[in-house]
Design a protein. Structure first.
Ligand SMILES: Cc1cc2nc3c(=O)[nH]c(=O)nc-3n(C[C@H](O)[C@H](O)[C@H](O)COP(=O)(O)OP(=O)(O)OC[C@H]3O[C@@H](n4cnc5c(N)ncnc54)[C@H](O)[C@@H]3O)c2cc1C
Ligand code: FES
Lengths: 271, 638
């Protein structure tokens, strides 16, 4: 092996922060806030890496580390989910909490960290919540019913660039649930609206559009999500910048479905 | 021992079609009697589960995330290849096949690669039908770009989020089958053992990550679609949870592990900024189309602001060393060149581990707006991480572990040597040889899941009666007991060092001695060190919490424990393969220009390792590689 050079040490500009974190041992327990100190944090730490540092301390002291969901740590899997100082993902434009860096904070700051709070997302453990209700909405109709194989050539379905871009804008949703957590009504309209609009904009998605929107809205209600009353908090916290125009689109699609006869499994009485 | 991949013989152009028509079918009425366990919900797992569900099989799906939609595939940015030849630029199934074989440095099974190229076109059609919003031109046709130095434009993409969009397509197909009642999803579960009954795979043992319950699930076939293992190195581009556990447990139950030493290092990642760091972020390869790589010529300039370093004082090292390909040199070559200049103490940024990727010339030539159009989201992502504006100051990049070409050995039917155990996607070793080309991992995952396994699994099931094995079977009970015992053993150590500390120690060792460059000496030394780290781990690891309920420390500890065993196999394989090929670079074997020097006379085979029990050397099996449609050539990118 080549002689390994002693790398120059990484620069350290230390910050110390006070954390007030929600701790809860199971869904039934009443949780509470606990206070911790985060030491030796640099501006280049991501928010989750800052929590890693705190957790290492806790483990060494024989205490239970703070549990939180995360995986990709690059803002795309939608796993990370926490409310920082009252705002889902911490309040920086189009930034998931895993992409939030400590340079956005000042030495000595106090930071409140809480889980998503919404009726449809029960808290499971510390900052970990159950977001399976979002999967339920997709299960109800968030797909185009094509089988594997037997489909036409990709270029047989022409899609205008505008429609394609619009669909992509909607399809960017990472399903993190921040929109629900930020909504005073705990609504999943942005999430559902984005999926409905993604498919409704494409020719191959239009065939089932009425049934889809009806089934997804129904599932949304059954899962305990609230309704939209135009607070726009969802759009403000969405790490992918999903626009509320997709909620309007969903409402239009829903109305269209109501008035359309012969919409397969969906009849207005089923609403 | 010599093993046989059972690839069809005869003309390669018709090999898959001939094979497909000879495979046995399962009667539609019988399909629901078969239960298939699919571990993993990335492109490979989700597409397989959805397709098998559609056919009427009874499918159970497992993933460790809270939803199947979050599998690691979601992070793929660049795109997916197919031989459509829409741009009329000379692409064909043969050319995609040839490029993949050559890119893999002639270390993959020919027939498998042909099949991949052949079904690639169906993948695009399928995804379009599902509503994947691929980029379009103004006339409404699918758009293509050239990627990773390919000479044709065969890459389909959806902005910088291709993996996400493809996964959403497969996930929606999967959820449709959940609705139909053919598929059941078990999120937040981790497979910790494979259950083998009378030599056939009949189930898995898993831990429910929320309750801590350990239980067995049984079925007629097990599909491992659990992704790659490069998290064995410290800091990779993979998600935090990516692990070797599922395939490692299968290895310990008798499945052969093939070519573990074939790992890929990606040249363009955001460099490390501190010791605390948990992962590295990839910056798409496409940036090298417009950016120029350089470092200061003189060591003393490396801390100067880049704009203060005059043109004549800069070393555009890729253009200098590879005038033909310049900044577009293949991944492994570009990575090694960057390491070399940093080893020469001319690296820039924190700890001197970085090279500049400079867009100044491109901005002058094309204007900032064009660059914003092309790379806006990447530049934004970079700025978020580093707080530097790449429009004003050059980006800093450094190579990082990215992909594993090795994996469990499978035959042409994607079945391992254990009957009933199939392996799909990055978890198998099948098509990328010693190096993977850009935009072909997504292609492989979907080829395996949508278009291969539905045919090949039927051939196996048609020969098997629906299982009578239940979780009460003695093999299941034994496996559950063993898994519980090992979890308890981890918890009972109660030492002084955290799991993260051990993970870092092992990962750094692997990165420095078996990462980009490997030598007889570095590998032998590492093989002597790993057991010591492992021993200390089992005596000194500290995990708080208990085995019931959510315990993320315990999850991590299990994964690290497996990496500690696996690391040794990786080194054994790397040491035995006394040649360089693709991503496996032995410093002893290189040409003048730094290109890998293969040794076809001795090593033109896939190495499949068999576990022989703890403390015993694994046994090497060889699958000779025969090339009938292409000629072995020196991979040259000059
Ligand atoms: C940053 C990045 C960018 C990339 N860009 C591209 C690109 O542009 N084009 C391209 O072709 N490729 C790209 N790749 C490579 C490609 O993304 C991967 O090869 C691909 O994701 C592998 O897919 P998979 O289905 O095999 O596994 P994964 O997507 O890794 O999925 C693994 C699944 O297995 C589950 N799992 C794992 N272990 C267990 C266990 N023990 N128990 C239960 N479940 C388990 C996980 O929950 C997950 O669902 C990129 C990779 C990275 C890291
Ligand atoms: S961890 Fe994946 S989006 Fe934050």
């Amino acid at each position: 092996m080549r002689p390994r050079k002693q790398a120059a040490p990484f620069e350290r500009r230390n910050m110390t922060l006070k954390l007030i974190v929600w701790r809860q041992k199971n869904p039934d327990e009443k949780g509470q806030f606990e206070t911790y100190t985060a030491r030796n944090i640099t501006p280049d730490h991501s928010f989750l890496e800052m929590l890693d540092v705190v957790n290492e301390e806790l483990i060494r002291e024989g205490k239970n580390p703070i549990a939180f969901d995360h995986d990709c740590r690059e803002g795309i899997c939608g796993m990370c989910s926490m409310v920082v100082n009252g705002i889902a993902h911490g309040g920086h434009e189009r930034t998931t909490v895993c992409q939030l860096h400590m340079r956005k904070f000042k030495n000595g700051d106090t930071i409140y960290i809480e889980p998503w709070r919404a009726r449809a997302f029960p808290i499971l453990f510390d900052l970990v919540t159950d977001r399976s209700a979002l999967d339920k909405i997709i299960e109800a109709g968030g797909y185009i019913s094509c089988h594997t194989g037997g489909v036409p050539d990709g270029n047989d379905i022409l899609i205008s660039k505008t429609a394609g871009d619009y669909a992509m804008d909607a399809a960017q949703c990472i399903g993190c649930g921040a929109c629900v957590a930020a909504c005073p009504n705990g609504a999943a309209m942005l999430f559902t609206g984005a999926k409905v609009s993604h498919f409704a904009a494409l020719p191959q998605g239009q065939v089932e559009a009425p049934e889809r929107v009806a089934a997804m809205v129904k599932a949304m209600q059954e899962c305990g999500f609230g309704n939209c009353s135009n607070h726009y908090e969802c759009e403000a916290v969405c790490p992918k910048g999903i626009h509320t125009k997709f909620i309007s689109r969903m409402n239009r699609e829903f109305l269209k479905a109501l008035f359309k006869e012969n919409t397969g499994t969906f009849t207005p009485s089923e609403k | 021992m010599i093993i046989d991949g059972k690839a069809p013989t005869g003309p390669i152009e018709t090999s898959w079609d001939r094979c497909r028509s000879s495979l046995k079918l399962v009667n539609p009425a019988n399909k629901r009697k078969y239960r298939i366990l699919v571990v993993g919900t990335g492109l490979a797992g989700a597409s397989a589960a959805a397709s098998l569900g559609e056919l009427g099989y009874n499918v159970e799906v497992f993933c460790y995330q809270d939803s199947p939609r979050r599998a690691h595939c979601i992070a793929a940015q660049g795109g997916i290849n197919a031989a459509k030849n829409y741009p009329n630029d000379g692409d064909s199934v043969f050319r995609l096949f040839y490029d993949t074989i050559k890119g893999g440095d002639f270390r993959a099974r020919e027939a498998d690669v042909w099949r991949l190229a052949q079904v690639s076109n169906s993948i695009i059609d399928q995804c379009v039908a599902q509503g994947v919003p691929f980029a379009r031109d103004y006339a409404g046709y699918l758009d293509n770009r050239s990627f990773g130095g390919a000479q044709v434009s065969r890459t389909f993409y959806a902005r910088g989020q291709t993996g996400q969009q493809l996964l959403m397509g497969a996930y929606s197909a999967l959820m449709r089958q959940v609705r139909a009642g053919t598929v059941k999803v078990f999120p937040r579960t981790e497979m910790l053992d494979l259950i083998v009954v009378n030599g056939e795979a009949k189930g898995i043992t898993l831990r429910d990550l929320l309750t801590g319950e350990v239980r067995a699930h049984t079925g007629d076939a097990v599909l491992l679609c659990t992704g790659g293992y490069v998290n064995v190195f410290h800091l990779s581009t993979n998600a935090m949870g990516c692990n070797v556990t599922a395939i490692w447990k299968a290895y310990k139950k008798g499945a052969y592990f093939a070519n573990p030493c074939y790992t890929q290092i990606h040249p363009t990642c955001v460099p490390q900024t501190g010791e605390y760091q948990s992962k590295l972020t990839l910056m798409s390869e496409s940036l090298r189309n417009d950016g120029r790589c350089w470092v200061p010529l003189k060591q003393e300039d490396k801390d100067k602001a880049p704009e203060k370093i005059h043109e004549t004082e800069r070393d555009y090292f890729l253009e200098r060393k590879y005038p033909g390909y310049g900044n577009l040199a293949p991944r492994d070559i570009a990575s090694r060149a960057a390491k070399e200049v940093c080893d020469d103490n001319r690296g820039v940024g924190p700890a001197g581990r970085g090279v500049y990727l400079d867009f100044k010339d491109a901005i002058q030539r094309l204007g900032e707006n064009v660059l914003r159009d092309r790379f806006g989201n990447l530049f934004e992502m970079y700025e978020r991480i580093t707080d530097e504006n790449p429009y004003k100051t050059p980006m800093r990049i450094y190579p990082a572990p990215h992909y594993s070409m090795g994996g469990l050995w499978v035959d042409y039917n994607l079945m391992s040597n254990i009957p009933g155990l199939f392996v799909l996607g990055e978890a198998n070793f099948s098509v990328h040889g010693a190096n993977r080309l850009g935009a072909s991992a997504l292609m492989q995952g979907l080829a395996d899941g949508y278009f291969i396994i539905p045919y090949t699994i039927a051939d196996y099931l048609a020969h098997t009666k629906p299982t009578s094995v239940t979780p009460e079977h003695q093999e299941c009970v034994k496996s559950v007991m063993e898994v519980k015992a090992s979890l308890r053993r981890l918890l009972s150590v109660n030492g002084r060092r955290t799991v993260t500390e051990f993970r870092r120690e092992l990962g750094m060792l692997m990165w420095h001695s078996a990462g980009m460059l490997r030598s007889n000496k570095s590998l032998s030394e590492t093989l002597a060190t790993i057991p010591k780290i492992r021993e200390e781990f089992w005596q000194n690891v500290k995990i708080s919490g208990s085995e019931t309920g959510l315990n993320q420390q315990l999850e991590n500890a299990g994964r690290v424990a497996d990496f500690m065993e696996f690391a040794e196999l990786l080194c054994v394989d790397a040491l035995h393969r006394d040649e360089s090929c693709g991503g496996h670079f032995r410093v002893e074997h290189q040409y003048e220009d730094g290109e890998a020097r293969r040794n076809d006379a001795q090593f033109c085979y896939s190495a499949a390792w068999e576990h022989k029990g703890p403390g015993t050397e694994p046994e090497l099996h060889q699958e000779p590689l025969r090339f009938t449609s292409v000629h072995l050539a020196v991979r040259s990118y000059k």
